[in-house]
Design a protein around this ligand. Structure first.
Ligand code: BYC
Length: 335
């Protein structure tokens, strides 16, 4: 409650807050009361500037993740082992492009332009999920991305369907429905390899699980005590469940799925803790996480270069679409 009033304080100079006018105080009180009642906030509603900036930050990072996330799997479209797998992968990668567009549209309702956000991504100034800076070395990686990466994404994104900002919540409902298909197709591809595959194919799956397990746990963000945005975002109903709680839910659900699949998870400390009612797991390498987030992961440079190239090469399509829209409008007016 009290920290919301800090939005109207000057930033970083340590001076006492600027007293709120009666109108500003009334707007803030009304906003806080609506959040406390669990009401949704719509674009035209008054909102504190910090709430708006937090949403632009999170939604745009999420949109960039979807668009950059098309690249690691996109690498395998031409090499999918069967026509069926190729068709599924094409649909999945296309869905991710669609998710990016819903999310950029949700960010635009907060007064920021899509071009501005995309410029920030290409300039290396915007974050996107750390997970997409790892390489996809084999076909099994595509299945593991579906199972673990989309599985982690769903765990994180289902609570966002109840985010207090309505356009984000609405986008998340559609996205989660599609993500659950993505997770299932990945698990199915792995199950086929584990049940009907050769020993080499099974080794390939295990190798992919070994490489993606820890980066998948990092997707949930830093531990709660190092998560500088969590407290405020939870108070505002943007985040509903903390980074560590979501990570734990993901581990608990995934251990059973790994058993059915017949793969082991690469963590010697993973074991059921009766007292906690959860699986304990080993320490996460947070130095690696921050290195990757800071731009020094295995594929950060490649991913940004690929995105920038796709953007430049698609310029003629955007120009043609705009020219067509302008021509159609002129023709409609003349008719
Ligand atoms: N990677 O205070 P915190 C997908 C940053 S796409 C990079 O906990 P917050 C898919 C964080 O931004 C899935 N950076 O932050 C697509 C912050 O930095 P800034 C993407 C990370 O926002 C294609 C700083 O660390 N999902 O599923 O409260 C194919 C401190 O963190 C990461 C979303 O974007 C990370 N992993 O919580 C397949 C979900 N984690 O901004 C699949 C929406 C943290 O201060 N986002 N950082 O410079 C969220 O739920 C939240 O933003 C997070 C972080 C839980 C990710």
């Amino acid at each position: 409650m009290y920290t919301q009033a800090m939005d109207l304080m000057p930033k970083g100079d340590g001076k006492p807050s600027v007293p709120l006018s009666a109108t500003e105080q009334q707007l803030l009180d009304r906003f806080e009361a609506r959040i406390d009642d669990g009401a949704f906030v719509e674009p035209k509603d008054w909102m504190p500037d910090h709430y708006r900036r937090t949403l632009v930050r999170q939604i745009s990072q999420h949109a960039h993740s979807e668009i950059v996330g098309m690249l690691p799997e996109g690498n395998w479209i031409t090499r999918a082992p069967t026509l069926k797998r190729k068709a599924i992968l094409l649909a999945k990668v296309q869905d991710e492009g669609g998710h990016g567009l819903y999310l950029y549209a949700a960010a635009e309702t907060l007064g920021v332009s899509r071009d501005e956000l995309i410029d920030q991504l290409h300039a290396g100034k915007a974050k996107y999920s750390s997970i997409f800076n790892y390489p996809t070395l084999s076909w099994a990686d595509v299945g593991v991305i579906g199972w673990l990466v989309d599985g982690a994404a769903i765990m994180n994104q289902v609570p966002l369907c109840r985010c207090s900002y309505a356009p984000y919540a609405r986008a998340m409902i559609r996205i989660c429905r599609e993500e659950s298909f993505h997770q299932r197709q990945g698990y199915d591809a792995l199950l086929v390899m584990m049940r009907d595959g050769t020993p080499r194919q099974r080794d390939m799956v295990q190798d992919a699980v070994n490489r993606w397990w820890w980066p998948s746990l990092m997707m949930f963000g830093p531990p709660d005590e190092a998560s500088n945005h969590s407290e405020q975002s939870m108070r505002w109903g943007i985040k509903r469940i903390s980074n560590d709680d979501l990570r734990q839910k993901f581990v608990d659900a995934t251990v059973q799925q790994a058993k059915v699949l017949g793969v082991s998870l690469p963590d010697p400390e993973l074991r059921w803790n009766e007292a906690r009612g959860h699986f304990d797991f080993g320490p996460i390498d947070w130095d690696e996480f921050w290195r990757v987030v800071g731009g020094d992961g295995p594929c950060n440079r490649e991913r940004l270069a690929d995105r920038a190239q796709a953007w430049d090469e698609g310029a003629w399509v955007r120009e043609a679409a705009l020219a067509h829209a302008a021509k159609s409008t002129t023709q409609r007016k003349a008719a």
